[in-house]
Design a protein around this ligand. Structure first.
Ligand code: SAM
Length: 276
């Protein structure tokens, strides 16, 4: 049947390609690939020679329109370099436009690093939020973490080795020192999943940024009792938080950390700021 086929591919171990995915790739008239050199290796492993065209969400409208036109009477397969297309990968705009044009669309589910990592972590998997890559700039990263802080769910982030320790420290600061896991090189030779609190994990990786591909999973809030604090500890925590955050955000983070009323903590933060 002509149309768009969204095909998940291995995130490391080529044995994870499903028979249905391999058969669909073999039947493709064209494969829209994030990087044709990467997909060429998968095709070589499967013994296939299929026409490919590069596709990204920043590909121009004409490229996308041409692919959507071809879906009317050809099999167009969308793949990314690894894992499930559209998950921190190109494809959303192509699916949107194919759907608007009334094309047949189907998906062939398979490997996805986020899902694989949550299954490895031992952290609660009944509710989780996939948050993709955090911004690399400190302020934008802290703002994004603050948005996620109140969710009663595990959080899943994609990350890279050099940024890992700083990200874990920023998560500890914005979320409190929750249980977490770092899953690395999933399905590959050196697959590893290390668990601990965010602070422990940040310290572990501070001087030795790990190699390879990484997913960070953070457990939901509320399982650890809030820290207790006398006035001096509370003021010190507020001053520290206000050094790199607006007052309201600093007060919110500190109130969460110590289990205090947000409004009262905000009032205390304002008083400290005004020299109280
Ligand atoms: N679409 C892919 C998926 O379904 O997982 C994700 C693509 S995203 C551009 C790449 C990120 O996924 C990496 O930076 C890493 O955070 C994560 N990742 C991919 N493969 C992985 C693996 N084998 N082990 C751990 N993380 C992986």
């Amino acid at each position: 049947m002509p149309g768009l086929y969204i095909v998940a591919t291995p995130i490391g171990n080529l044995g994870d390609i499903s028979p249905r995915a391999a058969a669909t790739l073999a039947r493709a008239d064209v494969i829209a690939a994030e990087d044709t050199r990467v997909t060429a290796k998968l095709l070589a492993h499967l013994g296939l020679r299929i026409s490919m065209t590069p596709y990204h969400d920043h590909s121009d409208e004409r490229t996308r329109a041409a692919l959507v036109a071809r879906m009317a009477d050809e099999v167009v397969v969308l793949v990314s370099d690894a894992g499930t297309p559209l998950i921190s990968d190109p494809g959303y705009k192509l699916v949107r436009d194919a759907r608007a044009a009334g094309r047949a669309i189907t998906t062939l589910p398979g490997p996805c690093a986020a899902i694989a990592a949550i299954t490895l972590s031992g952290l609660p998997s009944d509710r989780f939020l996939f948050a993709g890559f955090l911004p690399s700039k400190a302020k934008a990263r802290a703002d994004t973490i603050a948005e996620l802080a109140g969710l009663r769910a595990s959080l899943v982030f994609y990350e890279s080795g050099p940024r890992l320790s700083a990200t874990l420290a920023a998560l500890a600061e914005g979320l409190g020192d929750r249980e977490a896991a770092v899953a690395r090189e999933i399905t590959k030779l050196y697959e590893q999943c290390i668990t601990g609190t965010l602070t422990e994990l940040s310290a572990r990786y501070a001087d030795a940024p790990p190699k390879g591909e990484i997913v960070v999973i953070v457990g939901p809030p509320g399982e650890a009792a809030p820290e207790s604090a006398d006035d001096a500890t509370l003021d010190a925590a507020l001053r520290e938080a206000m050094a790199n955050k607006p007052v309201a955000q600093a007060a919110k983070a500190v109130a969460r950390r110590f289990g205090l009323d947000r409004h009262e903590t905000y009032a205390r933060a304002l008083a400290l700021k005004d020299g109280g």
